[in-house]
Write a protein that binds this ligand. Structure first.
Ligand code: UDP
Ligand code: MN
Length: 410
């Protein structure tokens, strides 16, 4: 402001600002409100009065003094610097972020005193405790998205959940069920939902109401081959993650599988590539099988598999039995990948080989894998086949005909 005034011609000096409310900088002498002590006689002792007057002169000198001579200009600049220096110190001393013991304040959700995270604690024997503690976590998560680790606040890793989906009778049930689960996972979590050909109104509505952070993508490829189920859609999500360099743990969660909340907690422990056993309902044999790693601690030492036809696979993992660090997709140097070739699911391989051929692009061998949870002896998700091809799919979930009959109240 002062520099503007200095460039004005003398004729403008004593006039008020045209586009303002009359700036305090245009007054000749310091404001009487600030400086005049003759208007009233405060009942202070003379020492305090003298001190007050000194402060007032100082403030007036720093802010309002008009520059007449060069020496005065320099003094004014000096006073100003000094004033702002002291103001800075005062602001620094203010107790921002501090919460008193006051009960009313303690009850509010913006409490900065973060309780230790309970994410990795085993509560298997005490479910009630777990529920209560998870609630506490959520309060902290919603406001900050951080966890406490050895007394330090560290941002919680983002989860990037990729779900291919399509319109069919059970889609609303599947997507709502998954959405309801994901909203219980502490943030940050991004749900990338991919459809074929076009984004449907039904899917958009479910996502909008889910309260989960999501991106609704569309895949251009319209292959209807049974073996390509979800492959192109997952690739659309991978391209998106790569293009926008999204940072987090990528997990392929089909809409129809069953997931435990515990699984999503554990995904955040993954550094490069995590894998675990999945319980599957084998369609053809009408029995449950287990597919995934056999572990010694977190070291992968073998694989569970039941199907002879798939013995040639290098890794025996289901699509919902692994997750990996997204930076592998777009930061090859960090992971010492020799060449930059986009990592994608392959549409050229036999059914059942999609997982292994994909994983082979991410890791060289089992040494680069993290088996989880330690010992890999816990099932955290189930791959079922609950297709209901004979069920009708009402477009837009409008059941117009059924609503034609209106029964009067008797
Ligand atoms: N999917 C899709 N379009 C299709 C077929 C499947 O988006 O034409 C999705 C489906 O919603 C699911 C995933 O791809 O999320 C895997 O499909 P499905 O459950 O049929 O395969 P399976 O479990 O038998 O491997
Ligand atoms: Mn399925």
């Amino acid at each position: 402001m002062a520099s503007i005034r200095r460039t004005l011609s003398p004729a403008f000096r004593d006039r008020p600002y045209v586009n303002g409310v009359g700036s305090p900088f245009s007054v000749q002498s310091p404001s009487p409100k600030l400086l005049s002590s003759s208007r009233y006689s405060p009942p202070f002792p003379s020492a305090i009065l003298a001190f007050t007057v000194t402060i007032r002169r100082f403030v007036a000198g720093a802010l309002f003094h008009r520059p007449n001579r060069k020496g005065q200009q320099w003094r004014r600049v000096f006073y100003r610097c000094l004033l702002f220096f002291f103001l800075g110190i005062l602001l620094g001393l203010l107790p921002f972020g501090h919460v008193d013991d006051d009960d009313e304040i303690r009850g509010r959700s913006f409490n900065f005193d973060i309780k230790p995270s309970h994410v990795n604690v085993q509560f298997d024997n005490d479910n009630t405790d777990r529920v209560v503690k998870r609630r506490e976590d959520l309060v902290v998560d919603v406001s900050l998205g951080v966890v406490e680790s050895r007394g330090e606040l560290v941002p919680r890793k983002q989860l990037i959940i990729v779900t291919p989906t399509y319109n069919r009778a059970l889609q609303a049930y599947f997507l709502n069920r998954l959405g309801q689960l994901l909203r219980l996972v502490p943030p940050p979590l991004l749900w990338i939902v991919v459809e074929n050909k076009a984004a449907s109104f039904e899917t958009a509505e479910i996502l909008r109401k889910s309260s989960v952070m999501y991106r609704h993508l569309v895949c251009g490829n319209n292959s209807t081959s049974a073996k390509d189920r979800g492959v192109y859609q997952r690739n659309t999500a991978l391209e998106h993650i790569e293009r926008h360099t999204l940072d987090g743990i990528v997990y392929f969660a089909d809409d129809d599988n069953i997931y435990s909340l515990d699984l999503f907690d554990r995904l955040r422990d993954i550094s490069r590539f995590g894998t675990w056993p999945v319980a599957m309902l084998a369609q053809s044999k009408n029995k449950a099988i287990l597919e995934g790693p056999v572990c010694n601690g977190s070291q992968v030492i073998g694989w569970h598999t039941n199907e002879k036809s798939k013995r040639l696979r290098r890794f025996h993992v289901d699509m919902s039995g692994f997750a990996f660090n997204s930076t592998i997709l777009w930061d090859p140097k960090r992971w010492h990948r020799p060449t930059y070739v986009p990592i994608r699911q392959l549409d050229t391989v036999k059914e059942g080989f999609q997982e292994t051929t994909f994983i082979e692009q991410i890791v060289e061998d089992e040494r680069q894998m993290e088996g989880m949870p330690a010992g890999c002896s816990k099932v955290m998700n189930w791959h079922l086949h609950l297709q209901a091809h004979s069920l009708v799919y009402p477009k837009g979930w409008q059941l117009q005909k059924n609503l034609d009959i209106v029964l009067p109240i008797k």
